[in-house]
Design a protein. Structure first.
Length: 212
């Protein structure tokens, strides 16, 4: 990929793992490597965070964070008609797999928010943490911004933790597993969440096909 050389250089300078500010925009946190889909000042890795996989190796990040990003992401699956169209174009050899990887990434990544969380899990080192802040779903802060499309509440994160609430919500989708280690919120304000990457246990019955 275009930015792979830069990523390799960054990783070489941070052999214990980088601290990654996902969706940093022009306001990257001090001491972090910035990743954003726009080549703004301070952005080290230009990456559409919903184009998978990311140009970062497995277990290369020691800590990840994002601030007011998740509410801007698509949550559902890619339109099945688009998937069918791309598959038809590939079958007829009107486009190449290389072109698909360059412009689309994975043709069918599944539900996009689950795929995003799985990708953060993949690049984190074992037991590393992912911290993020976002507006509580339906709060004035969420509703005021016309680009906010994804709502979350405090129960959302139990879908990612196999040991939260006896796994009732996790067992519906069974993504790569996280541990909820911190959660504070104001229903009319923001949520601040800290998740820790769990190691895979056979009892979780993980369904994700992302690298384990």
């Amino acid at each position: 990929m275009k930015y792979m050389k830069t990523i390799k250089e960054i990783l070489k300078e941070n052999n214990l793992g980088i601290k990654l500010d996902i969706g940093c925009g022009g306001n990257k946190q001090r001491g972090f490597v910035g990743m954003d889909n726009r080549p703004l000042p301070g952005v080290d890795i230009v990456q559409d965070v919903q184009k998978f996989p990311w140009a970062l190796p497995d277990e290369s990040v020691s800590f990840a964070m994002c601030s007011h990003l998740l509410e801007h992401l698509q949550k559902g699956s890619v339109d099945s008609r688009l998937i069918g169209l791309v598959e038809l174009l590939l079958k007829k050899k009107l486009i190449s797999a290389t072109e698909v990887n360059q412009y689309l990434g994975e043709v069918d990544p599944g539900p996009l928010f689950f795929r995003f969380m799985d990708e953060v899990w993949r690049i984190l080192k074992p037991d590393a943490q992912f911290a993020f802040v976002l507006p509580y779903g339906g709060s004035p802060g969420f509703l005021q911004d016309p680009t906010h499309i994804a709502q979350f509440n405090i129960s959302t994160w139990a879908y990612f933790d196999p040991l939260a609430s006896q796994g009732i919500l996790y067992n519906i989708y069974r993504p790569l597993p996280w541990k909820i280690v911190g959660a504070t919120y104001i229903i009319a304000g923001n949520m601040e969440i800290v998740l820790e990457k769990r190691r895979i246990d056979p009892s979780y019955n993980v369904l994700s096909t992302v690298s384990k």
